[in-house]
Design a protein. Structure first.
Length: 530
């Protein structure tokens, strides 16, 4: 296979037969090891974080087989219900929108939270994982809870938590305890409504203690191949698990699009629960991205028309022109459409006043770290990558890789590309790589390692990840460029920059894409905080 070589051959100073693909291993040292920086936690939260980390953290260790299924292998939802009872069931004191799905949960939750806030409501939002600080997981009115508020609330309920842990023989997990804290904090600050993102699946997720009496709506964004072992091993079993958030008589909004038989599973579950169904990818099919603009004070955003039509007669219910979404890509437009459909669903219930203008404001005000995020020139200079375009995107599945690829092809086709990739060990590395390589021609891929959940247990070794990209290129039959490795994220960024800044090109024509995990994104952003 004919290989395309970059300037990197001069770095390693070795002679290569041009008919053999070269896999480089380059050690670039720096006094800033980004892989070692996982958070920028407030020291005030040290006791709180230590308390959580003393309990089983499945984000760090990985989720057991079948844990997310509604079966004998699934998580025991009973202990979560008992914890909430000891906390006096705070989650029944306000309305809730419950969000599940393989991809798009975080973006859809953020869009919806901002829409409701723009409508004049006090809104709580619970999401995972966090990028820089655990405070990000619990926000009120678009702002992460302060360290002092979180700490004060933790100490006020710690005797109940300690009692619950003792009575459950220490089996309560990190996520279950944090979920209980979030639910009770939302009651304390008196939110009108909370947008709650499921952690894994739905049926046996710790968040699924929400009852039909206070559920305003359920959302299932997408169904894809992630956490396969934990969710039963098939798309069908994943759909069954996520449909567990549908409650009797409460409306459900489906994002999509879905495979026909997967949509049938979700609709069948809704029918069995007498729940109405709205398919956002159908009634929002007239929505479109018109182009990318660089807006003063905001940066790059995509100008979109969002049209929501009545399913029965195709008449527009909402028509919003020139909505400037800071979240780029058609998949983010779909997430925005899904959130808009939920807003209309709430409006139809009679007591939620959500105007079209609130929808526009909420959508335009939504930003999330690590989702189609471009670093500013000042930030790239801080990372010693002056001139290069740096995109951070936490894509880590085949589906999210496809969304990233389509966004780059549409809006940055003229850029020379270098990927910097780190992934968790339980992801499909080859499918992820094949999806990106099937439509893009990067000049190099630099694989690296990043901590996941504060440890290396679930991190994929550079060598393993490198072999996955080679295999993906071979299966596609593509004349492939460099696959290089560096065990530090900072070293990998410097290597990517060196490739783009060779003797024949300027770094300004190049684009460094950091992807494969939100945890590598966290490493990069954490360095900017220091």
């Amino acid at each position: 296979m004919r290989a395309l070589w970059s300037r990197l051959s001069a770095v390693s100073n070795c002679k290569i037969c041009p008919r053999i693909r070269r896999i480089s291993s380059v050690n670039l040292t720096s006094n800033r090891n980004l892989s070692a920086i996982s958070t920028t936690e407030d020291p005030e939260l040290s006791d709180f974080v230590e308390f959580l980390e003393s309990h089983k953290n499945y984000e760090k260790s990985g989720v057991p087989k079948g844990a997310g299924t509604d079966s004998g292998e699934g998580f025991d939802l009973g202990r979560m219900k008992r914890l909430m009872f000891r906390l006096q069931n705070p989650h029944f004191k306000y309305k809730v929108v419950h969000v599940a799905g393989t991809k798009g949960k975080g973006s859809t939750s953020a869009f919806l939270s901002n829409i409701l806030q723009a409508g004049g409501y006090s809104v709580g939002c619970y999401s995972s994982p966090h990028i820089l600080s655990i405070k990000e997981r619990i926000s009120c009115n678009g702002v992460p809870v302060s360290a002092s508020t979180l700490n004060d609330h933790f100490y006020s309920i710690k005797p109940i938590l300690d009692q619950s842990i003792q009575e459950e023989n220490g089996s309560l997990s990190h996520f279950e305890i944090l979920t209980g804290i979030a639910f009770s904090l939302f009651e304390k600050v008196n939110v009108d409504i909370a947008v709650i993102e499921a952690g894994l699946g739905g049926a046996r997720d710790a968040t699924n203690v929400i009852g039909s009496s206070n559920l305003a709506a359920s959302i299932i964004t997408t169904i894809g191949e992630e956490h396969m072992a934990a969710l039963g091993g098939s798309l069908e079993s994943i759909a069954e698990a996520k449909s567990g958030i549908i409650k009797h008589g409460r409306p459900v909004v489906l994002g999509g699009p879905f495979l026909p038989h997967i949509e049938d599973i979700l609709r069948s579950k809704a029918a069995s629960m007498s729940s109405s169904v709205t398919l956002a990818s159908n009634i929002g099919s007239s929505s479109s991205v018109k182009g990318i603009i660089n807006k003063n004070g905001i940066g790059l955003c995509q100008s979109c028309d969002i049209v929501i039509q009545n399913e029965k007669d195709d008449k527009p219910i909402v028509e919003l022109s020139d909505v400037n979404l800071c979240m780029l890509g058609h998949h983010q437009l779909q997430n925005a459409v899904t959130a808009t459909c939920v807003s209309l669903c709430l409006r139809d219930q009679g007591w939620w006043r959500v105007t079209d203008e609130a929808i526009r404001i909420g959508l335009e005000n939504t930003r999330l770290l690590g989702r189609s995020q471009f670093l500013t020139p000042k930030e790239t200079e801080t990372l010693q990558l002056s001139g290069a375009t740096v995109l951070l995107d936490g894509a880590h599945t085949k589906e999210s890789a496809r969304a990233l690829k389509e966004m780059i092809k549409k809006d940055f086709a003229e850029k020379r590309l270098v990927f910097v990739v780190a992934m968790a060990s339980d992801k499909d590395h080859v499918s992820f790589a094949k999806e990106l390589l099937s439509g893009l021609k990067p000049e190099a891929v630099v694989v690296t390692e990043a901590e996941i959940g504060g440890g290396k247990i679930r991190s994929t070794a550079c060598l393993v990840l490198k072999e996955s990209w080679i295999k993906a290129a071979d299966e596609l039959g593509s004349g492939f460029m460099e696959v290089s490795e560096n065990k530090t994220v900072f070293g990998s960024l410097k290597l990517a920059y060196k490739i783009l800044s060779d003797d024949t090109h300027s770094s300004e024509s190049g684009m460094v894409i950091v992807t494969g995990s939100l945890h590598i994104v966290s490493s990069v952003l954490a360095s900017l905080q220091h």
